[in-house]
Write a protein of this length. Structure first.
Length: 184
């Protein structure tokens, strides 16, 4: 595939749709499942980044306003209120990250399932034709390799963003903890 072919895919959406359809056909039904898994994964990743951009900032501002409106910050009761605010922020910051981790872990297994089903197809062709006809086995081999590659690509890209989201959640909660000072 040349550079002009790749550019034409981006410039012509109909051509891109055909390319995606052809890719999904080559990879078999498992590749469609991996595509669905990928869409859900990226929707959750987008949701988390969007959450940190606006709603989490509003939550922290609300907690800070409530904390600063208190007259005292040293009592046992005040410490528990502060801990509740921090815990609430931590829960909100880490929401959906466990789902993202599950989808990242599931992607290579879906690729492996595609590998197994593709190899079963190769063995079926070998049993029917009785030989090692390369043309007859080509569809099964592509169904064995494409889902594996797709599952690994999804998992690797998801790992990067999962680590980034975990760092962002941890850092954001630590920032809130620092701002909710205990001294009057």
């Amino acid at each position: 595939m040349s550079v002009t072919d790749i550019l034409s895919l981006f410039l012509n959406p109909l051509e891109a749709a055909r390319g995606l359809r052809d890719f999904l056909e080559l990879g078999g039904d498992i590749l469609v499942l991996i595509l669905g898994l990928t869409l859900v994964l990226w929707a959750l990743i987008y949701e988390r980044y969007s959450f940190f951009r606006q709603p989490f900032q509003a939550l922290c501002a609300d907690h800070l306003q409530n904390w600063r409106a208190r007259k005292e910050h040293k009592s046992w009761h005040a410490h528990r209120i502060r801990e509740r605010m921090i815990s609430n922020a931590r829960l909100q910051a880490n929401a959906n990250i466990s789902y993202i981790k599950v989808l990242v872990a599931l992607a290579p297994f879906m690729g492996l399932l595609g590998t197994v089903t593709g190899m079963v197809e190769v063995f079926d062709v070998m049993a029917i034709t009785g030989s090692g006809n390369a043309r007859a086995m080509a569809a099964g081999i592509s169904k064995a390799t494409l889902p594996t590659m797709a599952g690994m690509v999804v998992a690797l890209s998801g790992l990067f963003f999962t680590a980034s989201l975990e760092r962002k959640a941890r850092w954001s909660v630590e920032q809130l903890e620092d701002e909710l000072e205990l001294a009057d």
